[in-house]
Each structure stands twice: as structure tokens, then as C-alpha cells.
Design a protein around this ligand. Structure first.
Ligand code: ADP
Ligand code: MG
Length: 250
């Protein structure tokens, strides 16, 4: 079993108006096999939390720590973090012109495991994963995310999740912009990775609808750069009914 710990995390970003503190003391502990939902209004710092764990250079950790099985994640480069088992599905996946999906996946897998996957099983694995996610086989030869629809980009993120088999996945609004069918396909992919690999999940979301398909063990309500309340799945139902108003006003 592995543990990802975020302890008293404070993060700033440089803006035109100067240094701005976005995260103001975040505490979250995720064990293998646990699904945590982080829910909160726009601008509360959810993506900043995701980027900070992933080691995005724009975000400066001024206080606190992030540990993966006791190892300092903040000391790791982005690829060291990936090798250690961290995975980030971005809210806005970037286009990579000139790099095909098949090349990208194989290169990523090789980098994460330290050796090129055996071609025959790899091709079979990719085909199966693409089939599960209803991604057409012609996508293999397309450039990563170039001209992909919003839903196709999100499914491509989950394709990586299924093939790279990380220990912890941070999913930043992977549900946003999906229609009901795509939401179901994406959720099934996350549930497969969770079940097959004992994946720990930090699922950032603005809406409760994905929680009908992916059952969280813990829900953290995120407001103004901090966890305002924690609970179980029932907390999501309460948010569904009441929204974030009472936290924002408080
Ligand atoms: P969320 O994902 O919860 O909507 P974000 O983490 O994206 O929130 O943003 C939190 C706050 O920090 C927002 O007010 C946003 O404008 C600000 N912020 C985030 N990243 C940057 C950045 N790179 N430069 C300036 N402001 C930023
Ligand atoms: Mg965001």
C-alpha cells in the first residue's frame, strides 16, 4: 500500500499584481485504493492543488509538504514524479503537434517503467484500452490532442491512465464538458484503473454528477484555497442540494 500526503500546503503564484497566495494550508491524505473527491467553486484553487502536486514550475510552495510514501515529491522533477507513480489528467489537455498518439503513449510508458514495452503485448494493450474507451483506432496516428473535441481529449487522458498504471491519479475536472455517454465511458475507465491497479484517486470536480458513476470514499469541500469541510459520500449529496453558498458566505 502507498500513501500520498499533502500537509499544510501553501502555494503562491506570480501575477501582474504581484505575488498571490492561492493555497492557504491544504491537508489531504490519500491511501492506495481510496477515491477522494475535491469539490469547490471556480477559482477556489483546485487546479492549483493539482499542478502543485504535479510540480508545475509556475506554482511556488512556500510552506508545507507533499510526500509519496514519505518521499519528498517537491524535490522530484516531473518525470521522477511520474516514475514514482504520480499521474495528472489536466483540466485543459495540451496539443502536441508532430507527436502521434501511438508514439506518445509508447514513449511515456517507456519513460515511466524504464524499459520499452514488448511490442506484441503493448499493441494488444493499447488496442484493448482504446476499445474500452470507444476511441477510434485512427486516433493512433493523429497528433496528440490536435483537433480533438473536448470529450476526445478527456478520453485520451484516461487512455494514458489505463496504460501507464500509476499509483495515484489526480483528475482535474475530467468530467467537465462531457455529455452523458462520454461521462460514463470516462468513469468506467477510472473505475477499471482503480480496481485493477489499486489506484488512489484525487478527483477534482465542480459538479456532483460524476459521483453517480465514481463513488468517493471521502469528499473534501474546497473554498478559498483550503479544505472547508470533509466527509463521506453523503457530503456530495448535501452539496448537490445546497450548493457552495453556505461555505462561500461563511
Ligand atoms: P479552480 O481550479 O478551483 O477553478 P485555480 O486553481 O485555477 O482554481 O485558480 C485559483 C485562483 O488562482 C484564481 O483566482 C486564479 O485566477 C488564480 N491563478 C491560478 N493560476 C494562476 C496563474 N498562473 N496566474 C495568475 N493567477 C492564477
Ligand atoms: Mg480548475
Amino acid at each position: 500500500m502507498a500513501t500520498l500526503e499533502v500537509k499544510n500546503l501553501h502555494v503562491t503564484v506570480e501575477t501582474d499584481q504581484g505575488t498571490k497566495e492561492i493555497l492557504k494550508g491544504v491537508d489531504i491524505v490519500i491511501n492506495s485504493g481510496e477515491i477522494h473527491a475535491v469539490m469547490g467553486p471556480n477559482g477556489s484553487g483546485k487546479s492549483t492543488l493539482a499542478y502543485s502536486i504535479a510540480g508545475h514550475p509556475k506554482y511556488t510552495v512556500t510552506k508545507g509538504e507533499i510526500l509519496l510514501d514519505g518521499e519528498d515529491v517537491l524535490e522530484m522533477s516531473v518525470d521522477e514524479g511520474a516514475k514514482a507513480g504520480l499521474f495528472l489528467a489536466m483540466q485543459y489537455p495540451v496539443e502536441i503537434p508532430g507527436v502521434s498518439v501511438s508514439n506518445f503513449l509508447r514513449t511515456a510508458k517507456t519513460a515511466v517503467t524504464g524499459e520499452a514495452p514488448a511490442l506484441r503485448t503493448w499493441i494488444k494493450d493499447v488496442r484493448e484500452a482504446m476499445g474500452n474507451l470507444k476511441i477510434d483506432s485512427t486516433f493512433s496516428e493523429r497528433n496528440v490532442n490536435e483537433g480533438f473535441s473536448g470529450g476526445e481529449k478527456k478520453r485520451h487522458e484516461i487512455l494514458q491512465l489505463e496504460l501507464l498504471k500509476p499509483r495515484f491519479a489526480i483528475l482535474d475536472e475530467t468530467d467537465s464538458g462531457l455529455d452523458v455517454d462520454a461521462l460514463k465511458i470516462v468513469s468506467e475507465g477510472v473505475n477499471r484503473a482503480h480496481k485493477d491497479n489499486d489506484l488512489g484517486v484525487l478527483m477534482i470536480t465542480h459538479y456532483t454528477r460524476i459521483l453517480k458513476y465514481i463513488k468517493p470514499d471521502f469528499v473534501h469541500v474546497f473554498v478559498d484555497g483550503k479544505v472547508a469541510e470533509q466527509g463521506g459520500a453523503e457530503l456530495a449529496d448535501q452539496l448537490e442540494a445546497e450548493g457552495y453558498d453556505r461555505y462561500v458566505k461563511a
